[in-house]
Design a protein around this ligand. Structure first.
Ligand SMILES: Cc1cc2nc3c(=O)[nH]c(=O)nc-3n(C[C@H](O)[C@H](O)[C@H](O)COP(=O)(O)O)c2cc1C
Length: 299
């Protein structure tokens, strides 16, 4: 087979996500990853918090703020991209597997513009960046099918590597060393290494247009393509799911999040906080009575 041209351009050189000139040297100065760390919830920062108390720590107070207009002259969309991925954290990572309509092109790539957006029916959003459809989106639009696998710490490096800009005919699966598991309701396989995957069908496609870049004919350039997909089958590792098939054990899932630049993180720190009681019950309690009294006296 003749070598297809490398169509994908070197995005990293343009975006400059990596802030380190010599990352391998920086990494040698860091402690080893500790795979024995696990989800170990603490108390909340202030278990004695009561209505009206506000922030439980006061380091925020009096700190000056800076306003940033996303469209101020000279500011680029890449600056807004960086600002947004550094400030919208943590973001879950979907490892998305697709296959072309002719079955010849298998694709695997990570996406952190990803979240669940509804549960009846179970729906997820993914946003694909770029004027042109990348390989995952091309396959999805051709077939209406994809699988999403949640990324855990035991295969973070491989998941990250699947973002490599291979030409469309070259599958990321063997390059990353990940293993496909046959799906039941859709054609793309899901990731065997993942403790939680979903088989999904395309629901809707919404193009999002640039406010700064235009096509040759003067129309705004497509900047992103937001898709909603509906989960038609979930796959959970047996040791991670409860008997009622409702909850997933974060101690087993060990999910990884993406932050700004080239930062990833784990979910080992946290706490449980019950939702507020109903307001009908709360308004009979002293803190709420006091707040309501104060509001009334100001009227
Ligand atoms: C952790 C991670 C998250 C990413 N999230 C997104 C995203 O949400 N949207 C996007 O368009 N690209 C995202 N990328 C970049 C794509 O994975 C990358 O462009 C990939 O080459 C696309 O693959 P494809 O062309 O084979 O479909 C992400 C990359 C990484 C490493």
């Amino acid at each position: 087979m003749s070598e297809a041209p490398i169509q994908a351009y070197d995005k990293e050189a343009l975006v400059q996500r990596n802030p380190h000139a010599d990352f391998p040297t920086i990494e040698t100065t860091r402690p080893n990853y500790d795979p024995t760390t696990f989800w170990n919830p603490t108390k909340t920062p202030k278990p004695s918090w009561k209505p009206g108390d506000g922030a439980s720590m006061n380091g925020w107070y009096g700190k000056p703020m800076v306003a940033i207009d996303p469209h101020q002259p000279g500011r680029t969309s890449n600056q807004n991209y960086k600002l947004m991925i550094f400030s919208t954290v943590p973001r879950p990572i979907a490892l998305v597997s697709t296959i072309s309509a002719d079955g010849k092109r298998q694709n695997l790539a990570p996406y952190s513009y990803f979240n669940n957006v509804a549960s009846d029916p179970p729906m997820y959003s993914i946003s694909f960046a770029g004027k042109e459809a990348n390989d995952s989106l091309t396959n999805l639009l051709e077939t209406g099918e994809l699988c999403i696998s949640i990324v855990s710490d035991w295969f973070l490096e491989a998941a990250n590597f699947t973002s490599v800009n291979t030409p469309p005919h070259l599958s990321e699966w063997p390059l990353a060393g990940l293993h496909p598991l046959k799906s039941s309701k859709v054609r793309p396989p899901h990731v065997a290494e993942s403790a939680f995957s979903m088989e999904c069908k395309l629901h809707s496609v919404t193009p999002l247009f640039s406010k700064t870049k235009v096509n040759n004919d003067g129309t705004p350039e497509r900047a992103n393509t937001l898709v909603l997909v509906e989960a038609v089958l979930f796959h959970a590792r047996e040791d991670a799911i409860d008997r009622k098939r409702e909850t997933v054990d974060i101690k087993v899932l060990r999910p990884v999040w993406r932050g700004g630049g080239i930062t990833y993180g784990t979910c080992f720190g946290g706490w449980e906080t019950p939702r507020p009681d109903s307001f009908r019950a709360l308004r009979e309690t002293q803190p709420i009575k006091d707040i309501l009294q104060t509001i009334k006296s100001l009227e």
